[in-house]
Design a protein around this ligand. Structure first.
Ligand code: NDP
Length: 460
């Protein structure tokens, strides 16, 4: 046992920090955790969880529209935003409590206040108390960034505020072309808002497979989203009640809300890290080695604050592996291979493994299998929508190196596909698996036609 007050002090009670603290305490370490806002961090409070609940809320729009083709008479006469927000808040309060109990059960001391490093082994709490720790974990996550254009900081909101809007905005401008922007566009469109989404380059979701990007760019306008590429906001004014959003071409849009979803930055300011000798990258991320160790050997960092893979399950696994390594006698890392991810757009995107441009770069010759079809549910509904499924195979080994889907249930399907890929499945393994009929998922095992002459996807 060390002479310090704690063996392990975790700054940040989000996905990575909570898991690491809980496991360390279960391994017998005297552990404390400080959280200044809300237990569960971004994911539980202003991220994955409320977002998914609001996606569910918005998906009723499709169900109501489809219902007539199946013989139902439905009158979707109204949606009550305040009921949705109140119910969502109640669920989040339940989760906050669950996180607290999960920390308290193995004996973690919780400080519900801001903490910073006073020196490399001393943590100063907002109430002035000082405690010492042998090892320290920085798990403070990230925060939405807002650019400096005129009027943006005054009049636009980020994802943090979106989840607490007192009323649903009727006309919304969304700036950005990443995960959050397309997810929010789908939510607000489904709930009945007029949505304009702006992206600064040719095609959004940069880094994703080109077929995924194109498929979603075709689908969103079919639902009434006004998708504008090569478009940015130059200024926002609020002369009266409405927001005036001026675009680079000179056009002015009137809006009730402007939401910026233009990336997140690691939250490392004011933590005393530099003074303690912790090296940060240009983006402000804590620089760590494979063992999540910073430039100060007893200070570690996991999750969004290391700016590696900003996904909740990754942060959780990193925090867990670190606690096992430091206190469980089980030194281990985690695998970053084949991490499945989804964008809960409408329809959703689900991907695992490499995008086509990455597969070509890494493997040289690849076989591309792709299909597009109208999902069965849309047939009687008469809805104009297409599902896209794509499999990328390394020609030399025949191993499946990337799977992508844009279509309903994609995220539920791709999780299982990720297991197969982690087992090293070949295309022949996919092919000998009998399909489950009738589903969209069966296309992953029945897809036989190679794209004849695949045009190389753009580099990014
Ligand atoms: P992303 O990094 O995904 O996307 C940022 C977007 O904003 C890009 O389209 C980028 O364009 C654009 N952008 C950046 N700066 C500007 C600017 N100054 N003006 C206009 N546009 C700009 O960020 P998000 O905020 O959407 O999400 C943050 C992270 O959170 C994600 O990367 C993801 O890891 C995680 N997340 C995961 C989710 C999930 O798993 N479903 C859901 C939500 C978030 P460009 O392409 O040109 O750089």
């Amino acid at each position: 046992m060390s002479d310090y007050d704690y063996d392990y002090f975790v700054i940040g009670g989000g996905s990575g920090g909570v898991r690491s603290a809980r496991i360390a305490a279960a391994h017998g370490a005297r552990t404390a955790l400080a959280e200044e806002r809300y237990l569960g961090g971004t994911c539980v409070n202003v991220g994955c969880v409320p977002k998914k609940l609001m996606v569910f809320a918005s998906q009723f729009a499709d169900a109501f529209r489809d219902a007539a083709g199946y013989g139902w008479t439905v009158d979707p006469s109204g949606h009550d935003w305040s009921t949705l927000i109140a119910n969502k808040d109640r669920e989040i309060a339940r989760l906050n409590d669950a996180y607290r109990r999960n920390l308290e059960a193995p004996g973690v001391t919780i400080y519900e206040q801001r903490a910073r490093l006073a020196d490399p082994h001393t943590i100063e709490l907002a109430d002035g108390r000082r405690v010492t720790a042998d090892r320290i974990l920085i798990a403070t996550g990230g925060w939405p960034q807002m650019p400096d254009q005129p009027g943006v900081r005054e009049h636009a909101i980020s994802s943090n505020e979106f989840f607490h809007l007192p009323a649903m905005p009727r006309r919304v401008v969304i700036a950005g072309g990443g995960y959050i922007a397309v997810e929010f566009a789908g939510i607000l469109n489904g709930l009945g808002a007029e949505v304009t989404q702006l992206y600064r380059r040719d095609l959004f979701l940069r880094g994703f497979d080109m077929d995924v990007r194109q498929a979603l760019a075709e689908e969103m306008p079919k639902r009434g989203i006004d998708l504008r590429f090569n478009t940015v906001v130059t200024r926002i004014d609020k002369p009266g009640g409405d927001l005036q959003v001026t675009l680079n071409g000179g056009e002015v849009l009137m809006a009730d809300a402007v939401i910026y979803a233009v990336g997140r930055r690691p939250l490392t300011e004011g933590l005393g890290l530099e003074a303690a000798g912790v090296a940060l990258s240009d983006s402000g991320a804590v620089i760590v080695d494979e063992g999540y160790r910073s430039s100060v050997p007893h200070i570690f960092a996991v999750g969004d604050v290391i700016d590696r893979v900003a996904l909740t399950p990754v942060a959780i696994n990193e925090g867990h592996a670190l606690a096992d390594t430091l206190f469980g006698g089980n030194p281990r890392g985690i695998s970053y291979q084949n991490i499945p991810s989804a964008v809960f757009s409408q329809p959703p995107v689900a991907s695992v493994g490499l995008a086509e441009h990455e597969a070509r770069r890494k493997h040289g010759e690849i076989d591309v299998y792709r299909t597009r079809f109208r999902p069965m549910r849309a047939t009687l509904a008469g809805r104009d929508t297409q599902t896209m499924i794509k499999i990328l195979v390394d020609r030399a080994t025949q191993k499946v190196v990337g799977c992508h889907m844009v279509g309903d249930d994609g995220p539920e399907i791709i999780q299982g596909v990720a297991i197969a890929m982690n087992l090293g499945a070949t295309k022949a393994d996919f092919d000998r698996t009998i399909g489950l009929h009738p589903t969209a998922a069966e296309e992953f095992v029945t897809l036989r036609t190679k794209v004849a002459d695949p045009v190389e996807a753009a580099a990014e």
